[in-house]
Design a binder for this molecule. Structure first.
Ligand code: CUA
Length: 292
């Protein structure tokens, strides 16, 4: 494309220079006499040749795109990603579910199956892959590969409402062995806490409205409206990259999510301070337990 484009540009520049040198202070009749093939030339070079070049470019690009896409079909791992207002859900083939943190094995090609739960979102990890839309009622595919272990920031790239800017996620590329351990541990149900405060928090979580929207595998909480919290304490961020996870931020979030992320689906909790403390203790106990 660069070679053809350069040739075309040179040709146009040369023709322009010739035109300038011939001058323009001539009348219509003398132009007709000097260049009787003028109109035909404009038609052939301007329409015919340009059309052929553009059509050829189009066909070559379509073939290149198809072969790029095909490479993704030979991946060992497929992750299902769902866009929600305003967070990302990631489901792994072994039953592991998480949110806003997509772990992948470094140095391996991974394919993503993308859908949307509500409006059009767009998954974009600039360092790893092109943007791709998540469209309601449609399944899209993308493959990506992180060459080196590390954390790659991603962002929703299609305006999807009030908190579009707070629809952040991270692709975390682990060394393959560590990734396998992560995926296995993530699929294991939550372990009941031994700490009395966390136990109290567990009872509150299941008794209050929390369990209506959030799932914690291994308990009676099976809500599907919000992120799966089974191994919540292993995540780095809260509310799709809005806050770092800590007892303080989690307390603020539970008490008043609307002031942190206005418009978010989660309602404020009507809880006493020591109830919130118990729920926070429970959520922060949801690590990988003794099965890393
Ligand atoms: Cu989702 Cu913007």
């Amino acid at each position: 494309m660069l070679a053809v484009g350069t040739a075309v540009t040179l040709f146009v520049v040369v023709m322009g220079a010739v035109g300038i040198m011939r001058g323009r202070h001539r009348d219509e009749a003398s132009i007709e006499r000097d260049v009787p093939w003028g109109e035909r030339f404009v038609l052939i070079a301007g329409l015919g040749v340009t059309g052929v070049i553009l059509a050829a470019f189009f066909l070559v690009s379509v073939r290149a795109m198809a072969s790029l896409d095909k490479q993704g079909r030979s991946t060992a791992l497929t992750i299902d990603i769902t866009g929600h207002d305003w967070w990302w859900e990631a489901r792994y083939p072994n039953g592991a579910v998480t949110a806003n943190e997509i772990h992948v094995p470094a140095g391996q090609r991974v394919s993503l199956r993308l859908r949307s739960d509500d409006v059009i979102h767009s998954l974009w990890v600039p360092q790893l892959a092109p943007k791709i839309d998540l469209i309601p009622g449609r399944l899209n595919h993308l493959w990506l590969e992180a060459d080196k272990p590390g954390q790659y920031r991603g962002q929703c790239a299609e305006y999807c409402g009030l908190q579009h800017a707070h629809m952040i996620f991270f692709v975390v590329a682990d060394p393959p062995g560590a990734f396998d351990r992560w995926m296995r541990a993530m699929a294991v149900p939550a372990v009941d806490p031994s700490d009395p405060l966390a136990q109290e928090g567990r009872a509150l979580f299941l008794g209050q409205s929390c369990a209506g929207c959030h799932a914690i595998r291994g308990t009676d909480a099976t809500g599907e409206l919000g992120p799966d919290l089974t191994h919540f304490a292993t995540r780095r961020t809260l509310a799709a990259g809005t806050l770092a996870v800590s007892p303080e931020t989690l307390t603020e979030w539970i008490l008043d999510p609307q002031s942190i992320k206005p418009g978010v689906t989660m309602p404020p909790a009507d809880l006493a301070p020591d109830q919130v403390r118990a729920i926070v203790a429970y959520l922060l106990s949801l690590g990988f337990g003794s099965t890393p």
